[in-house]
Design a protein around this ligand. Sequence first.
Ligand SMILES: [Zn+2]
Length: 257
Amino acid sequence: MSFFKDIGRSIQRPNPNRSRRSPTPTSSTFPNAISTDSASAPPQSPLASAPAIQKPLYLCSPFVEAALVKGNFKTIVMLPKYVDIMEWVAVNIFDFFQNLNMFYGVISECCTQQSCPTMSASATLNYTWINQDRKSVQLPAPTYIDYVMTWVQNLLDDENTFPTKSGQDFPASFPSTIKHVYRQLLRVFAHIYHAHYSQILHLRSEPHFNSLFAHFLAFGREYELLDIKDVRGTLNAPVVGIGALWERWREMGILES
Ligand SMILES: [Zn+2]
């Protein structure tokens, strides 16, 4: 399994595919007034001084219901007839990555070392990175996300990991590799929801972003690419961040319960 080796490689050479990022971000898209990462606690809110943590906007109506795709995602994730399951998983991961990369490309201007000094996913949850010495380290979110996206892009470009020619088999390590990919992409979604949802709303992209994420979750559950604990956190801890969103969507019937 080359996960740690690959991460080590991307730490030494962090930006080889930076130019593949979506070219869409522009400085005019986001006026300074909204370029903070305060989606969960708008400073102007009358509740801002209350000691309790405010409910994140993405859990509030109408945003939590906003979707391009109505109904349950079960039918979309089902394996089509005559399609190889590895091919199906590979092509879906490719699409999830491309779409997420595009969204992050658009909001990345607002995700800086200053605005996001940690890979935050809620007021109480920060993801850590495993470095080449296998130590858990805190990284600023843009650095963390750059490592993830570069690493995934390199895997997708690697014919030995994601073969595209007919007659070439997927490697035996494919299932475990894509689980690592899935977990890391989940974290990127989680950070965007937590820290940059106001920018998604500003772009009026919440239906698109919600549907992309719901599709990602449904697909991950269907093919066992996601552990529940990665989504909702450990059993005894309070559910925070995207774990709460996942639970809400299950209650609403958008995801399987
Ligand atoms: Zn950020």
